[in-house]
Design a protein. Structure first.
Length: 379
């Protein structure tokens, strides 16, 4: 039973008991695409970046996420205004500027397409300005990686275009595919990125690895994290080479990949996955972890490590992701009667999300009072 109580050295600390709840370390999200979607929730709708970030921030802590890496993309074509270099810089600057006052601890995850020939130059400038905390190498060219199945990609692109207001038909999508496949891939830029990441001590990740050959190349470049490998061979070789494997929690929760690639649930059961990331749905991390426990795939402590300690370790964040003496007091209070439900979240020992249920259990806090956790946690 988690319990907050008065510390003998301080007479002004409060007591709170949370019967029936489980306390977890704060969740660490290595890859979240939500901020870009929050900024542009509908075609042509543009929400101010700071407003979008504050609203997303509230949703994250309400799902138990206390550390979040915002994935920011740099487009390879100038028509994409949201993922243009200018907009990406603006998003990064806003995240870093507001970081001290946000509820969760936010970092920047820069995603560079290998078809962007200027990636190395742009990245060097951002690294020198200390705007980037994680780098991933991307290749979304249809015919490989996530989009190996061209016909599946065509169907996906047609449906997605309806959601964005473009309403493309199959012929138009195939024309775009042909154009995309002719773009030169900047492997010199990729090597520049790998060199810069190493020089600045920033973790380097690869994205949508599909073959053993690609994994071997990424390993040679110094990649430490393989995000969302799309085949069994890629996931196995990544693990064999000591590369941290991250998969999407929505994929794991649904039991399948929306694009027909490797099932995260099956990969977790096979012991090939170190971390689950939000990808596009914040609540999926907590619910996927508990789903594995409910199905008897693993114990609660192992499942929770997939969304806390393991990603923290992969990113070099040794002060979080676990409940231990000397670690940050990032804690999540979860009610497990039915679907797991986050009732309260602490960051560095202070409440950043506290629902009505927790408020009823709490005593009113006066100025100068502090929280102290004294009982043994569930994990």
């Amino acid at each position: 039973m988690p319990r907050f109580a008065k510390d003998r050295r301080r007479a002004d600390r409060l007591c709170i008991e949370t019967p029936g709840m489980t306390v977890l370390p704060g969740l660490v999200d290595i890859h979240g695409d939500m901020l870009e979607r929050e900024i542009t929730p509908r075609p042509k709708a543009q929400i101010p970046i700071d407003l979008a970030l504050h609203e997303l921030d509230k949703r994250l802590v309400a799902t138990g996420i206390t550390t979040a890496y915002a994935a920011v993309s740099f487009a390879w074509h100038k028509e994409d205004s949201l993922r243009s270099e200018e907009r990406a810089r603006e998003i990064m600057l806003t995240v870093n500027r507001l970081r001290p006052i946000l509820l969760a601890d936010h970092f920047v995850h820069a995603r560079f397409e290998i078809t962007n020939p200027d990636a190395g130059k742009v990245l060097e400038e951002l690294l020198l300005a200390q705007q980037v905390h994680l780098i991933s190498i991307m290749d979304h060219t249809p015919g490989q990686g996530q989009y190996r199945d061209i016909e599946a990609y065509v169907k996906f692109a047609v449906e997605w275009s309806k959601r964005t207001g473009e309403n493309l038909d199959e012929e138009a999508v195939r024309a775009r595919i042909e154009h995309a496949q002719t773009r030169p891939k900047g492997w010199d830029a990729v090597r520049d990125i790998a060199r810069l990441a190493k020089e600045h001590g920033v973790v380097l990740a690869s994205h949508d690895d599909d073959t053993a050959e690609k994994v071997a190349l990424m390993h040679e470049l110094g990649v430490a994290v393989s995000e969302f490998p799309v085949s069994w061979d890629a996931a196995r070789l990544a693990r064999d080479k000591g590369i941290h494997v991250a998969m999407g929690a929505p994929n794991a929760l649904q039991g399948r990949s929306l694009s027909g690639n490797l099932s995260a649930a099956e990969a977790v059961e096979a012991g090939l996955v170190d971390t689950l990331a939000t990808d596009y749905y914040p609540a999926s991390m907590l619910h996927a972890a508990f789903a594995f426990v409910e199905r008897g795939v693993m114990t609660l402590d192992r499942a929770v490590r997939l969304v806390s300690q393991n990603p923290a370790d992969a990113l070099g964040l040794t002060d979080r992701g676990r409940i231990a003496q000397g670690a940050r007091a990032d804690l999540v209070f979860v009610e497990t009667n039915g679907r797991p439900r986050v009732r309260g979240t602490l960051r560095s020992g202070m409440p950043v999300y506290w629902d009505n249920h927790m408020a009823q259990l709490s005593l009113l806090r006066r100025p100068g009072q502090e929280w102290a956790m004294t009982a043994s946690p569930a994990l």
